[in-house]
Design a binder for this molecule. Sequence first.
Ligand code: KG4
Ligand code: ZN
Length: 320
Amino acid sequence: MVRDGRVVEGQHVASQNAIHAPYGGVVPELASRDHLVQVLPAVERALAAAGRALADLDAVAVTCAPGLLGSLLVGIQAAKGIAWAAGLPLLGVNHLEGHLCASFLEPAAAPELPFLGLIVSGGHTSLYEVRAVGAYRHLGSTRDDAAGEALDKAAKLLGLGYPGGAVIDRLARGGDARAHAFPRALLGAGEADFSFSGLKTSLADQVRRRGVPEGQALADVCASYLEAVVDVLWEKTRRAARAAGLARVVLAGGVAASQRLRARMQELAGEGLVPFLPPPALCTDNAAMIGAAAAVRFARGERSGWDLDARAVAPLPEVA
Ligand code: KG4
Ligand code: ZN
């Protein structure tokens, strides 16, 4: 439950990590089935946390794209049912737009528009010039694995479970980031895209040759691997901000919860840029960020029709 597009009055995150962990990745059928079980209790919990009833709401917002169709459909049908029953308007929100709008939520200071947005999640790694909510200029994306995917695959190779981004981030704190020279791809001038598959292959080769490291050696591998990801994100973000003439830089998506990435992004201040980092709990997938995006669109008078549908692939809308 989000008020004024800025205040999180009540939120509940029903994590599915335990369900997918034995498989080392998301199993789509299990995801939609569990979503069906969790969705209405999660809404009830968020309302209870806010001390509100449906009658207090102005609108119901829901993620409609991009993502796994089964899970998106469950959410959309639930949102339609609630909105219809309560006589409220419905608003479909793009998941990536939601991540970017997490930066508008308290307690952090909200960035003014325009800004450079770096979205780093399990499925996406992209840089956008954000002119307004709904008006984006795509600057670059990963050509293969997303940053979070690279961390999750590394965690799997190292036997650290799923999803492993947070585990690698934690173990890296006790390691030496200069212990191993993992590759940093596509750092040539004018190159705005990312590539992380070579990094993963490099680790896979190392594990094949030397086995899975333990103790301090494991921490060193985690620190070195994470540093390779963070170095590329930092450098490309810095360059993109310069090239687009943008001073404000917004970090978004699950990987933005990484302590190491956050520390490095703070250093953008030394480059004359102003970094905005939503609190970690608002970086990983959550409903409040969808509410934040919906609030902007709702204030403009936008509404979705009852024919709102799910889309597996949905790039952010581009301006010329
Ligand atoms: O945005 P998100 O919650 O879900 C997607 O939309 O994909 O991002 C999930 C990704 C996963 O790859 C996960 O390993 C990574 O974010 N992640 C982290 C941390 N917490 C989640 N990566 C590094 N450090 C963390 N603390
Ligand atoms: Zn996400």
